[in-house]
Write a protein that binds this ligand. Sequence first.
Ligand SMILES: [Zn+2]
Length: 1046
Amino acid sequence: MDNKTVRDAIQIHGTNPQFLIEKILRARIYECKYWKEHCFGLTESSIIEKAYALNSIGGQYGIQKPTDFICLVLKLLQLQPREEIVIKYITGLDETDNNKYLRALGAFYLRLVGKPATIYECLEPLLNDGRKLRKLGSSGYSLIHMDEFIDELLREERVCDVVLPRLVKRYVLEDSGELDPRISTLEELEMDLEKEQKENEDEDDSDRGRSRVEVHEPTKVIKLNAKKLTISKATVTVKDVVHEATSIESEPSEVASFTFAQEIPKGSATLYIEYEGEHNDRMTGFYRSQYKDAGGNAKHMLVTQFEATSARQAFPCWDEPSAKATFSVVLVVPFELTALSNMEAKEMTAVDPSVKTVYFEKTPVMSTYLVAFAVGDFEYIETTTTKLDQPIVCRVYTLPGLVEQGRFALEITPKILEYFTEIFGIPYPLTKLDHIAVPDFDAGAMENWGLITYRTVALLYDENTSAASDKEQVAYTVAHELAHQWFGNLVTMEWWDHLWLNEGFATWVGTLAVDHLFPGWDTWSNFVISEYQQGLSLDSLRSSHPIEVPVADPHEIHQIFDAISYSKGASVIRMLSNWLTVDVFLAGIRRYLKEHEYKNATTDDLWRALSEESKIDVQEFMNTWTRVIGIPLLDVTESDGLVTVEQHRFLSTNDVKPEEDETLWWIPLGVFPKPASIADRNQTLKTRQLSFDAPTQNSDDFYLLNKDFTGVFRTNYPPSAIRRLGKAILDGNSGLGVSERAGLLADQASLATSGHSSVERLLDLIQYYKNEKTFVVWDLLISKLDNITQLFSVNSRIHDAILNFQRKLVDSLVRELGWDFPKDEDFLTSRLRGAIISCAGRSGHEETVKEAKRRFALFMQDGADQDQALHPSTRKTTFEIALSYGGTKEFEQILEFYRRTPKQDQQCMCLLALGYGVHGEEMIQRLFDFSLSEEVRSQDFMYVLSGLSLNIQARKAAWEWIKRNWTLLVDRYTGNMGMLGFCVKIPVNKMANMEVLKDLEEFFADKDTKEFERDLEQAKEGLRIRSKWVARDGSALESWLLEQGY
Ligand SMILES: [Zn+2]
């Protein structure tokens, strides 16, 4: 390695000294093609001496303790220093100054003498004690001095003087010894990832493996989960007697079965399995993710996605959440790559110059779906918690060049960990927490214990180029996944029936954490227009399902990762926490976590803990919410100052049958102002009907149900009550907060769709919002207006009139807000501006369209200051407008930008805009071809579809295109969570046409739909509901618009 390489490295890797040293030294190691002949070209004593001398110069390296630096260098070189060298330096050090480290080094020395050990193991006390080594990451480091240091190292004579590390090629998964006799547990497993190093040798891209399993079952047959693994050999060893399986069969339903000639006696035994698996490109199991390096070369990283049932695709195991075991992972990987797993690496040894073995600490008992590995060329940044008894090292890993975009996620991680430690009453159970951005990723993120994996856009955020909404999304996703580290990982659901418990809770507490960290974001109001609405909307369909739903096979499990488990789940938890008070609720959560830590639990276990804590029967309150399908509608009637509410099941089809309407939910009414006639603090309705006093006499009076919108129900007010509420909104009455204004509108929109109300009444209500200035309310309002435009634009007259209505509604606000984002403006105003410009632009507001086109042209100019031309929060909108009102030139420009930008969030933005704005047969076809080309990651296909679904001119063609390519999509997405369902549901979700419904039914009549059965049913039901709505209200809407002069 020459100095040029060193300088290049410095340029590429910038200001992270620890990473820099690591890179440089590693590069130095790879440089030695013939390990045995050249070794490192340095003696370990010379390295230590150099390091020591360097430190004695002064503190400019940010390291006060010479031992820190020595240890780091040795660690990086993965050397096992000989004892005399260590002794020499221990005795040479100033004891008063280095007491703690000397003791650690003493231990290190003893272990060296006692048995063979690696540097990493010996330095563990150092690593755990104050994380001194990590000081290197702090400031005060001089790159010039680093350069000198490297120069000095390079001048050293080349003497082969190191002990070659031992060769071990396996990773070990071992049994906790405390499991149900039914369960056998993987103990040892060999994998060889050497081939991963060679790019583009796809035909031979498999890993080999063998595994040893501890089994306690008196039987001739052993069965365990395995999928897409070729098992070549299985033996069971009992007290040194080896039994080899006489037959190895792959059963349907992802089970492998080994039959032995003799019965395996009860007691401890070892099951050994040799098998081969493959690294697929399907974002499930142990898979490959492709990316391009700085030079444009195709590269791969490897990563896992095991939830729900794909651990069995990486190694044979009992792949169920309650089959918890400990895992001691060992990975054999190409030398220059980083290997990560749930725990910290405890030892690394070099196999040869190109391969190393990384041993990880044993995990606590945990479920298979939470095991994770990642291998690749990664960079990281790190920080440490400061308020916990045991500091936790937090890192963000990315592919080269992206790591600074992880800064925001890194900054909030310790704060969230500290907050959760406080509210859960249990310290974070592991010693490190890594986040890693993965270029190809099916879901948003996955909570693997200690190694959380993310879709790139869900973790990385760039203040200069990312939209404000992305910041909120990153904060929320990180908080959600961190919540799982306790709720899900430490205490795990018994079976997938209770998935909602994981997801609903993490969604609720993730929101709680974001609200705690960013009180100015009004996160709970945002919850009311997002999660809450999604949960209620889905549960208003007959094709919904109860929160607690029996699931058996993997196809069924995948399909319940939906808005019922996440959004309705979180909404009922929010309702319950409000009912009990958040403090009591959290006390119950602490009790639940403590009682079940490292074990599994059911929904009833949670209710029990909460009941014990609150002394209230939580189970009775919650049963109807989690075990029964659907949500209630409260019909409100007024008579002489008395208001009566009556509950019935709400269906968007408005055709509930008596047998579907037998449930009596316990409903916290949340009437505001609180009626004197209701004594109960929570105003809980337990019967069919209830009357109470409420102000109804004067036009200035109003009453509202569902204060803060914490209750999970819709409210159907009489027109008189709506008018009074509308007036209060227009007058800016402080009794109606953001959640109430948004929630009321959402309820009325939902009731218009179902036919309980009508589109004219909805538009009447919307007119009361003309003084509205908050982002959250506008965000919801815009989506409702958009929906009306999408569905009712059956002819150009109606289309134009609706857009005219929208333009008038936003006109004054869009002028007031303008296009510029003042520095230090509050978060919500920035977001409001983005939303209003979007609404104005989409409705054809002349000035907005003109300005968007101007800015787009500026943005696309050669050498333009893009960040100046177009604020990130208006970028997507501007692209959409420019393309909608432009042509091939704009299409090409966006495509070109897509190809050029290294940022995935910018790419997603382009895909959404292309989908939304594309028009004309030729351009549409080009977009289709592009979407299925290699240029678009298969995970990102959904963005194109989302954009297209809102494109009135292209969505029909998009649906035809989906049908034409169905076989390809099935091939691509089978086994992924929800992607096929997305392909079915999204293209038609803004259509209101019975012919499309018929077409959908006919198309899938002869196809295997088990992977997306629920989504298909929901798509059909949605089409039916929307078609009826348009048929029912279409002409009334036209007259309304005409009468109002639009
Ligand atoms: Zn989750």
